[in-house]
Design a protein around this ligand. Structure first.
Ligand SMILES: *[C@@H]1O[C@H](CO)[C@@H](O)[C@H](O)[C@H]1NC(C)=O
Ligand SMILES: *[C@@H]1O[C@H](CO)[C@@H](O)[C@H](O)[C@H]1NC(C)=O
Length: 223
């Protein structure tokens, strides 16, 4: 039953993803492929925009299937969520194809870190639970709505967004992106947990707090 729902949702996704990609022939995020496929050779020694292809003679059927999204993510962390990114690093078969997927598990009351994707628009379908999806525009307007099972959502490229599990059960969503490597920038960590760190003076002024507050927040991200 659950497997059927997941399969149905995934096929729904692929159709919706294609619809999403259709109207943007010259502005799609990743460049178009120049061959049927190009299974990434992640250990390739030369650098290109993407990854070199492994020799066609080495390609097998397994290169087109990824099993890494099967398991429930471990949400026992301070956020109560786990984002399992099936990008080209995890699934080399995505190389040059301009798509990827993420499995999102969120415990009751859990959140995904407010984050944004520099290289992709994201669209997802909720498979289980109830989630408040929030999207923050460049004009600082928040659009938020509770999303129910089977509903689809879209997050425009580059906008900060978050999910909050407002239901009484673990939530599960699958999100597709129109890039093999969308990039994920977690806002809090980007500001307070980068290496080397952003100077305290900058953060104190930007967030209008004392430097001691900045240091306190920074300490949360110290590894
Ligand atoms: C291709 O297969 C050969 C023979 O199995 C192996 O030696 C080589 O490392 C493989 N190359 C890549 C890029 O996978
Ligand atoms: C979402 O659902 C929660 C729990 O039912 C409710 O408290 C909240 O007001 C809802 N939020 C919106 C924006 O509808």
């Amino acid at each position: 039953m659950a497997a059927n729902i997941i399969l149905l949702s995934i096929s729904l996704f692929m159709i919706l993803l294609q619809l999403l990609l259709l109207p943007i022939p010259c502005h799609s995020t990743d460049p178009d492929p120049l061959q049927d496929f190009c299974i990434a050779d992640l250990l390739g020694t030369f650098s290109v925009n993407g990854f070199p292809c492994k020799p066609a003679s080495n390609v097998t059927s397994d290169d087109f299937v990824y099993s890494g999204l099967v398991n429930v993510g471990n949400t026992s962390n301070y956020l109560g969520s786990y984002l399992n990114l099936a990008n080209v690093f995890a699934f080399p078969g995505l190389n040059t194809l301009g798509v990827s997927m993420t499995r999102i598990d969120i415990a009751v009351g859990g959140v995904t870190n407010p984050h944004w994707h520099p290289r992709a628009t994201e669209c997802g379908v909720l498979i289980q639970g109830t989630v408040l999806l929030g999207i923050i525009t460049s004009g600082n307007v928040v659009y938020s709505r509770n999303v129910s099972v089977g509903e689809m959502y879209v997050v425009p490229r580059g906008l900060v967004h978050f999910h909050l599990n407002v239901g009484n059960e673990p939530a599960l969503a699958f999100s597709a992106a129109n890039s093999q490597l969308p990039g994920t920038v977690n806002v809090a960590q980007n500001m307070f947990g980068s290496t080397p760190s952003v100077p305290d003076q900058v953060l104190a002024k930007a967030f209008q707090v004392d430097q001691s507050v900045v240091d306190q927040i920074k300490s949360k991200f110290a590894s």
